[in-house]
Structures are given as structure tokens and as C-alpha cells.
Ligand binder design. Structure first.
Ligand SMILES: Nc1nc2c(ncn2[C@@H]2O[C@H](COP(=O)(O)OP(=O)(O)OP(=O)(O)O)[C@@H](O)[C@H]2O)c(=O)[nH]1
Ligand SMILES: [Mg+2]
Length: 288
């Protein structure tokens, strides 16, 4: 059962909560991938607010959850800018980076009338370049690629050059899956970041970490490592359709101050939305 349904059932028929019930709610939040400390603090705040007025418990919880999701530093909306934007799509293996790069390209052209270019900066995995090229063909989007084994930073560099001469609005670079626990891969990422930072000095440069909602609390550790390596701009949550939980994003926003920028709910190009904190918070609290 989805955590939001469990929370909904929990509140059914309850107009006020006693101490034990507040503890049960805390356990439910933890079960939904909230960190323990954040779950405890959230429940304490809820208790505080209930002292004054105990009506509409689910609404009060939703309000608190939304406040958590607004604690991140603001990320400028993407796309929709006049400037050339370079987006680096990062994450561990298999989280949905390549699919998300394609979805973002589709979103840019179908919703915002922006021209994109895909950069095949995953030069590591054998089939990665072809995988992106297939997306490029389906989306009628140019893909800049080098040979397998090449320097990923050089691919992004070339893609940015091509963007300037080709009147492109946004370069979306797919990168290789790298485990956050392997320091050599994290170092390589820092190098890519340095090159793109220099090359993209006149462009807007965004680094988005893709997190698979089904990985639970491990997503928090991934966000911590990537953020400390390259200072991320935001998180894209994928596979939200395949999890009953997803509460890990509350601690990512609240503790790392990283905004969630997009949420993906399927394998099709259209299965991506700009993240809406209010909607997510209300759904999590079992409302709507
Ligand atoms: N259900 C669901 N599946 C998704 C979503 N996003 C991606 N996938 C699937 O997840 C699998 C992996 O996606 P990729 O885009 O290849 O992942 P990746 O991070 O590029 O993988 P590597 O390059 O190998 O590290 C594919 O089968 C995708 O269709 C999503 O939001 N929901
Ligand atoms: Mg990939």
C-alpha cells in the first residue's frame, strides 16, 4: 500500500491525536523514507500547531510538508530563459539519466518551443551513445557525440560550440552512471564540471542529479556525495510511479537545501513534470 494511503487511513475518523498516535504518525513518515530526525521534528511541529487548533489534521500535515519542500534555495525555472542553458544530467547507474535527458528535450520543444541539443557525454558504457542517438532520431533533435572511450568533457565542450553556432537554446548532456562510492568516478566528474564551467561561462550552467525514487534512503547518500563534489542545482526524481514511498526528498530539500526540479512518472517522453511542492505534499499527506 502506498504511504499516502496509509497516512490517509491513519487520519480517518481521528479528530485529535494522543501521544501514542503522534508516535505512530512519526513511524509512518519514517516508513515512507523520511529521515528519522526530520520525521520527529515534523511531528513535534504538528503537535505544536495542534495545541492551538486540532482541526483538519491532514491539511496541517500537508502544510508542514510543503514548508519543508520550500526550504531549498530557489532554482531558476528551466527552461524558459533567453540565455543558452547547459544542463548536465548526473547520477548513479540505471536511475534514468538518459531517459530523463530525452524527456527534458521533448519538454523543451513541445511545451516551451525551445531548441535543444543532446550531448552524449556517457562515453563509458558501450551502448550509451547509440541509446541517445535513437532518442535524438525519435525527437528530431541533434545529438553531439564522440567515440566510446572519449573524454566526456570534450563532448560537452563541442556541444556548446555547436549550440552557439546553431541557435540552440539548451544543451542537455547525458553523463555516465557513476557510483557515488567510487572516488575515481567522482573525481572524473569534478573534471567534467571544471571544463564545462569554463566553457559555459556566458551560458547558464545547471547540474541536476537524477535520483530513483525506488532506492529509498540511499538516494540521500547519493545526493550528499554528488552535491559536495560539484555543487548541484537541483534534483530530478524518477520512477515515482514505481514506488509506494518517495519521502526521501523531504530530507534532501530540508537538509541539503537542494530543490527538486522535475518528477518523472513513467517511461514515455511525456512522463515528466515540473515539480510542484504543494501537490507533492498534499498527495503525500493522503489528500487528493
Ligand atoms: N517506471 C519508470 N521507469 C523509468 C523512469 N525513468 C527511467 N525509467 C526506466 O529506467 C531504466 C533505466 O533508464 P536509463 O535512462 O537508461 O538510465 P540511466 O541512468 O541512463 O542508466 P545508465 O546510463 O546505465 O547509468 C529504463 O528501463 C527506463 O525506461 C520513470 O520515471 N519511471
Ligand atoms: Mg544512461
Amino acid at each position: 500500500m502506498k504511504i499516502s494511503d496509509k497516512i490517509k487511513n491513519f487520519f480517518l475518523g481521528k479528530s485529535a491525536l494522543n501521544e501514542d498516535q503522534f508516535d505512530d504518525l512519526c513511524d509512518l513518515l519514517i516508513e515512507g523514507d523520511f529521515g528519522a530526525a526530520l520525521a520527529y521534528n515534523t511531528v513535534e511541529l504538528l503537535k505544536e500547531r495542534c495545541k492551538k487548533d486540532s482541526s483538519d489534521l491532514p491539511e496541517k500535515l500537508a502544510q508542514l510538508l510543503e514548508e519543508e519542500l520550500l526550504k531549498a534555495e530557489n532554482c531558476e525555472a528551466f527552461p524558459g530563459q533567453e540565455k543558452l542553458t547547459a544542463v548536465l544530467i548526473l547520477g548513479v547507474n540505471g536511475v534514468g539519466k538518459t531517459t530523463t535527458a530525452a524527456k527534458l528535450s521533448y519538454m523543451c520543444s513541445s511545451q516551451f518551443n525551445k531548441k535543444t541539443l543532446l550531448a552524449a557525454a556517457d562515453t563509458f558504457r558501450a551502448a550509451a551513445i547509440d541509446q541517445l542517438k535513437i532518442h535524438g532520431e525519435k525527437l528530431n533533435t541533434r545529438v553531439v557525440a564522440h567515440k566510446q572511450g572519449g573524454d566526456p568533457a570534450a563532448v560537452v565542450y563541442d556541444a556548446l560550440e555547436a549550440a552557439v553556432s546553431g541557435n540552440i537554446d539548451t544543451v542537455i548532456a547525458d553523463t555516465a552512471g557513476r557510483m557515488h562510492t567510487k572516488s575515481a568516478l567522482v573525481e572524473e566528474l569534478k573534471k567534467i564540471d571544471r571544463v564545462v564551467e569554463q566553457k559555459a561561462s556566458s551560458a547558464r550552467y545547471l547540474k541536476y542529479l537524477v535520483l530513483d525514487a525506488t532506492t529509498g534512503r540511499n538516494a540521500f547518500a547519493q545526493a550528499e556525495v554528488f552535491h559536495s563534489a560539484v555543487k548541484l542545482d537541483g534534483v530530478i526524481l524518477t520512477k515515482y510511479d514505481s514506488t509506494a514511498k518517495g519521502g526521501v526528498i523531504f530530507s534532501i530539500v530540508s537538509e541539503l537545501k537542494l530543490p527538486i526540479v522535475f518528477i518523472c512518472t513513467g517511461e514515455k517522453y511525456g512522463d515528466i513534470d515540473i515539480f510542484n511542492p504543494k501537490k507533492f505534499a498534499r498527495e503525500f499527506a493522503g489528500i487528493e
